[in-house]
Ligand binder design. Sequence first.
Ligand code: DGL
Length: 268
Amino acid sequence: MSSLPIGIFDSGIGGLTVQRAIAKLLPHENTIYLGDTAHVPYGTKSRETVTRYSLDIADYLSQAGIKMLVVACNTASAYSIVKLRQLLSIPVIGVIEPGAQAAVEATKAGRIGVIGTEGTVRSGAYFDAIKKRDDKISVFLRACPLFVPLAEEGMLGNRIAALTALHYLKYFRDEPVDTLVLGCTHYPLLKEVIRDAMPEGTILIDSAEATAHEVQNQLISGGLLQTHITDKPKHSYYVTDSPERFMSVGESFLGEPFSDVKLVDLDG
Ligand code: DGL
């Protein structure tokens, strides 16, 4: 069991931020990543639809053989994690609880902003996760739907990206925060323009690292850590549409070539 890969999924390339953090922290672990590029964006879709996509992916990855499932998507974590945990017999890790925990630990002013997809914001999952930890903290949520297509297009640092960030984040001039959660795994790709649009000194929380630590903890406590120590772990990538586009945007983000991205049909 411990030599099986960790399954990771997102609607597209955003979850690579989580996959990369896991591969860095746990360099002997194999991973299998699925980007549901045929259905991106998830953030504008209903709870029912996102849950259906998530269950199809979990089914596919389970059949491929995984020891743990990481939902590297805030929208899917917000909408479907309870259902996934009910149905799967392996550990299921989401990105919202680790991100909320990191934000609560970081804030000094007790004012946390969360940016995410419409679905994540509407679900109230971050609000609940932060308030559960400290109900004196004020939470300010803002949906930034255009960030996902910008990231998927590879438009990460140009003028359009910068203006979009200014447009959405001016909200935090009226509601100042000292900590801002990047509550969508696509957003760390736009970290520079987001940082530039926020007041200097704002702490940006990228839940990727916190999630990787949670993965490590659960692998240890479940006795699932890879025992076969290798310098060359296997990282496989699957998408449900346009592997070439995923490869080119992913490469520019990761700064290294993808050896292989395979197209899969989840309905087939
Ligand atoms: N990266 C995902 C998230 O964290 C989904 C973005 C989208 O597909 O709208 O919410």
